[in-house]
Design a binder for this molecule. Structure first.
Ligand code: 13P
Ligand code: SF4
Length: 333
């Protein structure tokens, strides 16, 4: 196996002066810089907070900064605006979309609901504001199981849009009355079972960290079930969960099945562990649209500002607030 690359190298001008300028411009704007774990390393390092979708949503909701600069994809910045409508929310490139969020439209959701009028709608946070406005509870990969478990067992559930995360939740809860939309993220779907199996066999002592959006999540559990990999070495985790596991790990090698940006935080959290990407081409072009140059422009010029129609935001807010409460220490479920 080839060693995983160190994600993307930053251009030479992305140095301490660049970082100082970014932080100084943020201070002048009273802005908090948030970066998702899949962002370029330089962006992760300059941000005030780096984390998974759930952690960043919670920080956006609680921050007392006047401006949130969201280094992530568009639905994340929209979610921050829904939670904090009084704040200015900026994203360095508003074209940073998400193939998973694009896999269901609001019209498709309305038609699905019409076929199941009594169902509770659970939407992954990777959805547009219009879809959130038609949703009862949002979730992220960190708390999807807890969110569905919070719904009375006799209520039908419509879970969207990620089929692999949905299959994971159904497997964990053994819930039959849960319908799952057939959407997927092209990056995670491309991390397939055959690649994972070959690498697990070539590295029999390695642990496997698998994001539940991955096409290979079922294969990972199959490998564990069939005894090919000890069950305690297979961990299905959100990106934040991977970091917690890395900090607690005593293993020497981990195979990581998620977007390659994750390797940067993992290597910082546990430098003695050899983290290797299961698929080193699993890079999200949308996440990588947020470049050091665009971050500077965003802070200098106030671009791109994120707006959510206030009526849509009001309709989606309860679902998103429920999401940030569930799975929170002291947050109930
Ligand atoms: P988490 O950071 O919530 O695990 O999400 C992964 C993802 O694909 C975000 O787009
Ligand atoms: Fe969307 Fe997949 Fe990119 Fe995450 S990795 S932002 S789910 S396309």
């Amino acid at each position: 196996m080839t060693a995983s690359p160190t994600v993307a190298e930053a251009p030479p001008w992305v140095d301490a002066d660049w970082a100082d300028e970014v932080r100084e411009l943020a201070r002048r704007r009273d802005a908090v810089l948030l970066a998702h774990n899949y962002q370029l390393p330089a962006i992760q390092d300059v941000a005030h907070h780096t984390g998974d979708s759930l952690a960043l949503s919670r920080i956006a909701a609680e921050s007392d900064a006047a401006t949130i600069v969201f280094c992530g994809v568009h639905f994340m910045a929209e979610t921050a605006k829904i939670l904090a409508p009084e704040k200015t929310v900026l994203i360095p490139d508003a074209n940073a979309g998400c193939s998973l969020a694009d896999s269901i439209t609001v019209d498709q959701l309305r038609a699905w609901k019409a076929d199941h009028p009594d169902a509770v709608v659970v939407s992954y946070v990777n959805t547009t504001a219009a879809v959130k406005a038609e949703t009862d509870i949002c979730c992220t990969s960190s708390n999807a199981v807890e969110v569905v478990a919070s719904i009375p067992a006799d209520r039908e559930v419509l879970f969207l849009p990620d089929q692999f995360l949905g299959a994971h939740v159904r497997r964990v809860l053994g819930r039959e009355n849960m319908h799952v939309w057939a959407g997927e993220c092209h990056v995670h779907a491309g991390i397939n079972g055959a690649t994972l199996t070959a690498q697990a066999q070539a590295n029999p002592d390695a642990e496997l960290y698998v994001h539940p959006e991955c096409g290979c999540a079922t294969s990972a559990l199959y490998l564990a079930g069939a005894g090919a990999v000890p069950a305690d070495r297979v961990k299905i985790l959100s990106t934040g969960g991977m970091l917690d596991a890395a900090r607690a790990s005593s293993t020497s090698r981990v195979l990581v099945a998620t977007e390659v940006g994750m390797l940067h935080q993992l290597r910082k959290a546990a430098p003695e562990v050899d983290f290797r990407a299961v698929n080193d081409r699993a890079s999200c072009t949308y996440m990588k649209m947020i470049t050091p140059e665009k971050l500077l422009r965003s802070l200098r010029e106030g671009t791109d500002e994120v707006h959510v129609d206030p009526e849509l935001a009001a309709r989606g807010r309860a679902a998103v607030q429920r999401m940030i409460e569930i799975g929170q220490p002291g947050g109930g479920e």
